[in-house]
Design a protein around this ligand. Structure first.
Ligand SMILES: CC(C)(COP(=O)(O)OP(=O)(O)OC[C@H]1O[C@@H](n2cnc3c(N)ncnc32)[C@H](O)[C@@H]1OP(=O)(O)O)[C@@H](O)C(=O)NCCC(=O)NCCS
Length: 170
């Protein structure tokens, strides 16, 4: 496959910021005040500059080395067992590259990183109306509900070993 995946480094910040803006607009629309490339650059420079293995981003490169997708994971609080899960903070691919197994690949990298940190479960806080929720469900995520029993787009994976087994390591 002409796509490669790897962990993002500070050198990726400009391309990652552009990709983040483009995928965000494709997914959520431009709205009145969409995040700018400059703002995303500042955010990614701070995140990747920490070189903290518990706050990480994996990217997918296309055939010409251009970035086409990314996923960020953030580990929970190691001092609080109830919060010690991984959080899938975001996962985005350019629309032209959906449904080629690249999202599955990114999710596998995130799951394996958490496992390597001793974290065995993962959650995400999404949007109940997002059509991409079918992707999470296809890969075994369970819906989480508010205390009032409502679904607001939250999902959880109880067993990252199981998720990793569903996602190729490539
Ligand atoms: C979510 C996203 C990353 C999925 O990536 P993808 O590369 O298209 O997904 P894959 O090709 O790896 O699909 C893996 C499995 O999920 C299924 N799937 C993917 N998207 C799906 C969807 N929207 N609904 C139902 N199933 C879906 C695939 O059919 C595949 O199952 P299969 O192997 O049995 O055929 C991608 O759709 C995306 O970037 N969406 C826009 C951004 C977004 O909304 N992100 C979430 C908010 S942060």
């Amino acid at each position: 496959m002409p796509f490669t995946s790897r962990e993002a480094t500070p050198a990726d910040v400009p391309a990652l910021a552009r990709l983040h803006v483009e995928t965000f607009i494709e997914t959520h629309g431009g709205g009145e005040n969409p995040p700018t490339v400059e703002m995303r650059e500042r955010q990614w420079r701070e995140i990747l500059g920490k070189e903290d293995e518990s706050d990480f981003c994996f990217v997918i490169e296309g055939p010409d080395g251009e970035l086409v997708g990314f996923a960020r994971g953030v580990a929970g609080d190691p001092d609080d067992p109830s919060e010690y899960t991984g959080v899938l903070n975001k996962i985005y691919l350019l629309r032209a590259y959906h449904r080629r197994g690249l999202g599955r690949r990114l999710l596998g990298h995130v799951a394996r990183r958490f496992l390597s940190l001793g974290i065995r479960s993962m959650r995400l806080f999404g949007d109940a109306e997002n059509p991409s929720n079918g992707f999470y469900e296809r890969l075994g995520a369970e819906r989480t509900y508010s205390d009032a029993g409502e679904f607001h787009g939250g999902y959880g994976w109880r067993d990252l070993q199981r998720l990793a087994a569903l996602c190729p390591d490539e």
